[in-house]
Design a binder for this molecule. Structure first.
Ligand code: P1T
Length: 380
C-alpha cells in the first residue's frame, strides 16, 4: 500500500456493529466481564487499551512501517516512557539541538536517576563514536532539529550502532512519515509529538512511540499501562482524523516552507536562514538523501543580531500567530530563547546557536501571497 493510501486505510477497519467508517469515540473507562477476569470482548480497562486509541495506534504503526504504535497524553510522556526502560549506570547519547522540553526532561527530571546524558552533534561522527561505550543504551536523535534545523544521517548512525545492544530512537516530529521514515533507515523507535503535524489542527496534545521490535513494543506497552500516560479516546480520534490528511497538508507545508525560506534568504534584514531545503544549508545533502521533502519549519536570525528586532517583528505579525507549538494548518511564529527553549540555560543556548535574535516559523497551509505579505510588513 502506498503512503497516501496508508494514511487513510492503514490498520483501519469498519466498526463491526454498525459499519461506521470512522471508529466511534469509545468514551468509556471500563468494559463488562462475563466472569471475573473474562471480559465480554477484547478490552478490560481503558488505561490498558481503548478501541479508539487502538485504531490510532494501528494507523501510527502503519504510516511509520512499525510493528506497534503507542499513543500517549503528550510527546514528552512518550519520551518519558522510553527513558523509564533505562536504569542507573546507563548512558544516553543525544543530539545537541533538541526541543527545550526534551532537554529539560533529560537534564532535570532524570538528573538524579544515575542515567548519564551526553549531548553531541551527530554529524561529527568521530565525536559521536568516541562517546559509545558498554554502558550506552540509547541514542536519541531529533532530525531536523528544533529549532536550528540540523539534520542527522539516520542510516549512518544506524550502521554505527549495528550489532551493539543500543536502542536508536528518532524524534520524527518535524519531518513526519510523509517525508522521512526512520524505521526504514535503521532506527528502532520513532517518537512523535502528535500535537504537531500528525494532529495537524492545533487542537490536541498527544504523543506517540512507534516500535519495530515486537518484544520491545510489549515492554513499552506494559510500562505505559503501569504508569498511565495514555491518550484519551476523543484526543485519539482527533489525531486519527488528522493523519488522514497528513500527506496533503505536508505537500503544502513543504511548498510554502520553501518559498518562505527563499524569501527570507534574499531579505536584507536577515542574516542566516535555517531550512534543510536550501542548497546553502550545511546538511542539505543528507536531508535530500533521507527526506522526500523539507517540511514547513524555517528559522532565521537578523542581520542586526538584535533581540529587539526579533521581538518587534514577532509583535507585528498578523497572519502568523505568535505562539508556542508548530505543525498546525495555521502559521505560527516563535522566539525560541524566550519561549520554547527558555528551559535551556542561557550559556548552553548561546553555545548551541539559539541566539536572542533567532525566530522560528511554522509555515502553515494558507496562501503563500498572504504569508509573504505578512512577513514583509512585519520587517517594515
Ligand atoms: O508538547 P509535547 O506534545 O509534549 O511534545 C514535545 C515535543 C517533542 N519533540 C519535539 C520535536 C517538539 O517540538 C515537541 C514540542 N514542541 C513545542 C511545543 C514547540 O513549540 O517547539
Amino acid at each position: 500500500m502506498k503512503f497516501e493510501t496508508k494514511t487513510i486505510h492503514g490498520g483501519q477497519h469498519h466498526e463491526p456493529m454498525t459499519g461506521a467508517v470512522m471508529p466511534p469515540v469509545f468514551q468509556t473507562s471500563t468494559y463488562a466481564q462475563v466472569t471475573p477476569g473474562k471480559p465480554v470482548g477484547d478490552y478490560e480497562y481503558s488505561r490498558a487499551a481503548n478501541p479508539t486509541r487502538t485504531a490510532l495506534e494501528d494507523a501510527l504503526a502503519s504510516i511509520e512501517n512499525g510493528t506497534k504504535g503507542l499513543a500517549f497524553s503528550s510527546g514528552l510522556a512518550a519520551t518519558d516512557c522510553l527513558l523509564r526502560s533505562l536504569k542507573a549506570g546507563d548512558e544516553v547519547i543525544a543530539m545537541d539541538d533538541l526541543y527545550g522540553g526534551t532537554y529539560r526532561l533529560f537534564t532535570r527530571i532524570y538528573k538524579d536517576s544515575g542515567i548519564k546524558f551526553h549531548f553531541v552533534d551527530m554529524n561529527d561522527m568521530a565525536a559521536f563514536t568516541s562517546l559509545l561505550n558498554a554502558n550506552t543504551k540509547l541514542v536519541w536523535v531529533e532530525t531536523p532539529t528544533n529549532p536550528l534545523m540540523k539534520v542527522a544521517d539516520i542510516r549512518a548512525i544506524a550502521d554505527v550502532l549495528k550489532g551493539r545492544n543500543i536502542l536508536f530512537a528518532v524524534d520524527n516530529t518535524f519531518a513526519t512519515p510523509a517525508l522521512q521514515r526512520p524505521l526504514d533507515l535503521g532506527a528502532d523507535i520513532v517518537m512523535h509529538s502528535a500535537t504537531k503535524y500528525l494532529g495537524g489542527h492545533s487542537d490536541v496534545i498527544a504523543g506517540a512511540l512507534i516500535i519495530k521490535d515486537a518484544a520491545l513494543a510489549e515492554q513499552l506497552h506494559f510500562q505505559q499501562f503501569a504508569t498511565g500516560a495514555t491518550l484519551g479516546p476523543m484526543d485519539s480520534y482527533l489525531v486519527l482524523r488528522g493523519i488522514k490528511t497528513l500527506h496533503l497538508r505536508m505537500e503544502r507545508h513543504c511548498e510554502n516552507g520553501a518559498k518562505v525560506a527563499e524569501y527570507l534568504s534574499k531579505h536584507p534584514k536577515v542574516k542566516t536562514v535555517y531550512f534543510p531545503g536550501l542548497e546553502s544549508h550545511p546538511y542539505h545533502a543528507i536531508a535530500k538523501k533521507q527526506m522526500s521533502g523539507f517540511g514547513g519549519m524555517v528559522s532565521f536570525t537578523f542581520a542586526s543580531g538584535a533581540k529587539a528586532d526579533a521581538t518587534t517583528f514577532l509583535e507585528k505579525l498578523k497572519v502568523f500567530t505568535l505562539a508556542e507549538s508548530l505543525g498546525g494548518v495555521e502559521s505560527l511564529a516563535n522566539h525560541p530563547a524566550l519561549m520554547t527553549h527558555a528551559s535551556i540555560p542561557e550559556d548552553k543556548r548561546k553555545e548551541n546557536g539559539i541566539t536572542d535574535d533567532l525566530v522560528r516559523l511554522s509555515v502553515g497551509v494558507e496562501h503563500i501571497d498572504d504569508l509573504l505579505a505578512d512577513l514583509e510588513q512585519a520587517f517594515g
